[in-house]
Structures are given as C-alpha cells and as structure tokens.
Design a protein around this ligand. Structure first.
Ligand code: BTN
Length: 259
C-alpha cells in the first residue's frame, strides 16, 4: 500500500540517521520550503533540520524560475552548516544522494545533467536549489532544496511535458514517497559525513554526469556559451571547449544538451 500522507513522525521514525532528518517540519501545503528553511536557519535550527511540504504553491527553481510541486511530488529543504571549503561540493552531494535514493527504492538508473539536474532517460525527474548565506569565510547556513517528481502524470502538466518525467511515469506504478525521502536523507548524511572526514565525492559526481563529451549550450547570467563539455573541475565548474579551441570555466549556469 502506497502512503498518501506524510508526517514528521513517519519520516523520523526508523530513519537511522544521526542528524539529517532528526527534526522534520511538515506542512500539507506551503509557498516554498526554502522560505521556511531560511527562517529556521536564521533562528539557528539544529543542523539537518528538514522542511517538507506535500505541495508548494510558489515553489522556487534555479535562476528565479518557478518550480512546479503538486501533490504527489517531494519538496523538501535541508538545513546544513558546512565549512566554506565544502560549499562547492553540496551540489554534488545533493544530486548523488537523489540518484542513489531513486535507484535504491525503484531500481531506476538516473544521470546528472551539470550542474545538478537529475534525469531519467534524458528527462528531468529532480531539480535542486542551493541557497547559502556566507560572510567571508563564515557560512551562516546552507539550504539544499530538492524537488522530485514522484507520483505525478507529467502529461497533466503541459508546461513541463517535453522536458520532465516522474518516477511513476517511468515505472508505470506509484512509488512510496516516504521510502524515497528516508533513503534520500540517509544518503545525504552519508555523503556529508564523507566530505567532513576529508573524503571526495567529486569523482563519482563527475562520472555520473551525462553532460561530459556532449555538445552543450550553457547560459550563465547574460552570457551564452556553446561548445563541447570537456570536463568538470573539483569545485564543480564546467570546462567547455569552444569550436575555436579556447576553454571556458563556467562556475554556474543552465546547460542544454545539443545533438
Ligand atoms: C531547479 O531545477 O530549478 C531547482 C528546483 C528546486 C525545487 C525545490 S522543491 C523544494 C525546494 N523548495 C523550493 O521552493 N524549491 C526547492
């Protein structure tokens, strides 16, 4: 039986983590989990606090885009207090955790499109938004926002139909959101602890990128780059080879795969 309702207690019980998801703030409906997570972080919420909503009415995407999160999807934000050195690795941590959780619960294989979209069969199943407050070398907080299309028929949403998929569309059956959430939190903690112990998650992230070796168009601020995605640096930036042989290092942007 697939659960329809989430609750703080159902998520925290038998979770098996030390801090990620030990405190869960659940809302049936919310504008955006990012907003509440930010308020909580500013009040000094315990590290690993999760803000989760069954649906968001004003979900936030990257580059000021809207993010659709109807009932049936997962919309959550996790509050962390990483070192400034670990900040670039958070995009790797989040996308790898999602990839692992999806495979563990559903058996579906996914890939990452630089920097941190998770795709199944070339279509986006998850978006990740990271917001930080940093002063010099002090990180006040980092909030990792994750939206996963779990039990929704993408055909009900014409605006995303051509670019998105969901776990239920891929499998032809519904999936337990609770299991995906719990596994996601476990994976996030594991990868975060790996970073804190001085380990690297870069190689696995790099090897999971569908982007490398492909012709891409990358929009970064007002600049558009076109070329071949050659590699990624340890800080997560993309190294793009232009047709004239020049190399650009792109720290942040939105990539479209070509050809
Ligand atoms: C993107 O691909 O543009 C990023 C989407 C991030 C969506 C998640 S859903 C949970 C959290 N709350 C939000 O309002 N946004 C993030």
């Amino acid at each position: 039986m697939i659960e329809n309702n989430l609750s703080s207690a159902s998520i925290t019980s038998n979770l098996g983590t030390h801090f990620v998801g030990r405190r869960v703030i659940y809302y049936p409906s919310l504008t955006s989990t990012m907003e509440v997570a930010k308020q909580e972080a500013q009040l000094g919420a315990v590290e690993g606090t999760v803000v989760i909503a069954d649906e968001q009415t004003a979900g936030k995407g990257r580059i000021k885009r809207a993010w659709l999160s109807p009932k049936g999807s997962i919309a959550l934000s996790v509050i962390l207090y990483p070192s400034v050195a670990d900040l670039p690795s958070l995009i790797m941590l989040a996308s790898l955790a999602v990839m692992h959780a999806i495979e563990a619960v559903t058996g579906l294989r996914s890939q990452i499109k630089w920097p941190n979209d998770v795709l199944i069969n070339g279509k986006k199943v998850c978006g990740i938004l990271i917001e930080t407050s940093v002063r010099g070398s002090i990180v006040d907080y980092a909030i990792i926002g994750i939206g996963v299309n779990v039990n929704l028929r993408v055909s009900d949403f014409p605006e995303i139909l051509s670019i998105a998929t969901s776990l239920s569309d891929e499998l032809g059956r519904d999936v337990s959101r609770l299991r995906v959430i719990q596994r996601l939190l476990v994976e996030m903690e594991r990868l975060y602890l790996t970073l804190q112990a001085g380990g690297s998650i870069y190689e696995e992230w790099r090897d999971s990128l569908v982007t490398l070796g492909r012709r891409v168009r990358v929009k970064s601020g007002n600049t558009v780059y076109e070329g071949v995605a050659e590699s990624v640096a340890g800080d997560g930036s993309l190294l793009l080879r232009h047709p004239n042989g020049n190399l650009s290092k792109i720290v942040a942007g939105d990539a479209t795969l070509r050809g």
